[in-house]
Design a protein around this ligand. Structure first.
Ligand SMILES: [Zn+2]
Length: 238
């Protein structure tokens, strides 16, 4: 990705965007947004990073492992580490038998009319939502310099394949263009002017693996598509 520095309001860089703690008084970490395990190696250069407190950083770790392993299992149709389409998930499932069993139990199998076996998977929404909101907060802060210290108004997730055609069009293209007038000096403005890593409104972190968009209008709306499978949207009021 293109290296971008943010000149947006330095006042906003004082707090941990997750707990509101004052960063100078806390042990801090550089946190990748999106979560690095969601990506494939070799990682793109200049991945977006935000500084957050170490306690928050660590608190996301187990949910991140779950989310990566669950999504990969759904796409691979199995919790077998050898069968994973996403390499980071193979490592997580290999090392963590409890998690493997837990995700496997969330699967139900059924036969189609033509006799094929298919699976349905029940996500632990609270855990997936935590990871999606964590990344969304990070994207909004990285792109706009906006710390979103209150809970989001809404969190929405849907596999792309389960969306109706008009929902899909709205999800993919809305916010492209006039609605996007970010603050001078923000990374989002630099991207918009120069088209850096942008495809329409989307910042492409890794093709077919992770993309996101940040829109500022009445509030802030962050969307992402994970593994070209899961569509997400998190909204905050102005
Ligand atoms: Zn924190």
């Amino acid at each position: 990705m293109e290296p971008l520095s943010c000149f947006a309001d330095d006042r906003n860089k004082t707090w941990c965007i997750h707990c509101g703690g004052t960063l100078v008084s806390l042990k801090t970490n550089r946190d990748h947004v999106p979560t690095k395990k969601l990506l494939r190696t070799p990682y793109p250069n200049n991945l977006p990073v935000v500084e957050i407190c170490a306690a928050c950083n660590e608190s996301f770790s187990l949910d991140e492992q779950y989310a990566v392993a669950f999504l990969s299992a759904v796409l691979s149709g199995s919790v077998d580490p050898q069968a994973q389409l996403h390499p980071a998930a193979a490592g997580i499932l290999l090392k963590n038998e409890k998690l493997r069993v837990r995700i496997d139990k969330s699967r139900t199998s059924f036969r189609t009319i033509s006799g094929e076996t298919r699976h349905r998977w029940a996500p632990e929404r609270e855990r997936i939502d935590r990871v999606i909101v964590k990344n969304a907060r990070g994207h909004a802060f990285y792109e706009l310099g906006e710390p979103l210290l209150v809970p989001p108004k809404s969190v929405w997730l849907c596999p792309l394949v389960a969306m109706k055609p008009n929902e899909r069009i709205d999800f993919e293209v809305s916010g492209d263009g006039a609605a996007l007038w970010p603050e001078v000096g923000s990374r989002m403005l630099q991207r918009a002017v120069a088209g850096l890593d942008l495809e329409g409104p989307w910042v492409v972190v890794q093709k077919d693996i992770y993309r996101y968009s940040v829109m500022e209008d009445d509030g802030i709306r962050v969307r992402s598509v994970v593994f070209d499978y899961l569509a997400t949207e998190v909204e905050w009021d102005a």
